[in-house]
Design a protein around this ligand. Sequence first.
Ligand code: FE2
Ligand code: FE2
Length: 492
Amino acid sequence: MTTNAVRAAVSQRQQDSPDATVQRIVVQGRTLAMQLCVLVRTARIHDVGNVAFHGPLVNFIETVDQLYTAEGEFKLQAVGDYLYINQSRLKVDGSSYASYQYLIDEFRSRGLSGFSFTGKLTPPEVKKFVRLFLDVDCKASDPYEDFSTALTKLSVEHLVPMRTIVPQSGTINVEEARDSRKVAKRTFYRAIEATKTVMISARDHRPVDLRKAKRAVQSIVDLILNEEFSLLGLTAIKNHDEYTFQHCVNVSILSISLGQRLGLSKKMLGELGVAAILHDLGKATIPGWVLNKPGKLTAEEWKLMTDHPVQGVKMISKLRGLNDLALRAMVVAFEHHLNVDASGYPKIGDRLEMSLFSKIVAIVDCFDAMTAHRSYRKTPFTPYDALHHMLIVNREKFDPLLMKAFVNTVGMYPAGTAVLLDTNEIGVVVAHNAHDIFRPKVKIVADRDRKKVDGALVDLSHREEGSETYSVGIVSALSPEEYNVNIADVLG
Ligand SMILES: [Fe+2]
Ligand SMILES: [Fe+2]
């Protein structure tokens, strides 16, 4: 880095507050990633000498220039399913998702995690770089090595490729895990969209079409019957903006998983899933400021809140084509806050035995709500603490047998729990193991010195062949805030 570049970087940093600096880098990083994507895509169609390549080339060089002036040397890297500019993750949204995914796939097929930008770029350098990038034989035994050697040979100095971290032996096949996670993610986000449509139409008194929601639930059932447990991991990421809708989907996923554990038929699982999605439909009638009120609710507001089971029944009764499924959904909407000891609401005495579906939804509803960031609670319970709170403090409220089945469904350390391992590393639980609820699958996120790493995915139920003992075990569950662990980065 030249003295001038260092000076410029330092002076830019001195002008900005730390937050503003991060924000600026993220905005420029997004531009850079989008432009790199356009550059590669254009070069697939036109030669780099073609006039069509000129615009994308100039834009890309300009953005690198700006970033390098402000930051000095910087990196654009894919970690898991996200792109990072230095340490900052680029936020995915509707317009960037496809471009980011394109780059991540292009990097991955060449054994690259990304690039380090070590200086300002010139047009000839970028042209050589793009040509070589497209010429890489992705089927070669080490495409990264071939690419890196070719860049050096042609004196491309300021775009330095970085190798993907290779998983260690005894760890899970990362590629396989990633593919199935993609399918799970698509299903998950589709279900959220479908729920949004249902809830908003119900709120606005428009006719509610349940077909999309039913299809989404069917896909969830299929994935869970195929033992695709990464869906459970997705329920542990709580998106503040969309939480109302996501909560309904989370409750549906967790209910279906618990139902599968109980051996319910596929048809029953479908009905349970739809009833679960609709369990809070009555909340569509409550104003947002009451739902999100940070302080204590007044008597009147509380009345509105506790009326949502009854409102839910009314709304479901208006759905077109009233059938068995709608009746089941009404029962769940009405009963899900009753509690088996009749301590909940609506107050109807203790003579009503809750239905099986309602008891299932009541458990997973409470678990999901406890682990969410809510306006009235500073820090949410970790999944581990929520589960233990329900097992000890709230045990009277839930059906004990179903509670046991729930523990078997999510494991003693549910997905999204940060754990200290006996290797002194820190991991995040990504999925449970149905055959051993104390030994989940864990992604390593910090090494022994608490340094952040994009570590291996380790199955804690794994034993070396012929050995009686396990390779790695859990010492304790941790609070992610205390150790600066970002759960969404790992599970998203
Ligand atoms: Fe509710
Ligand atoms: Fe709920």
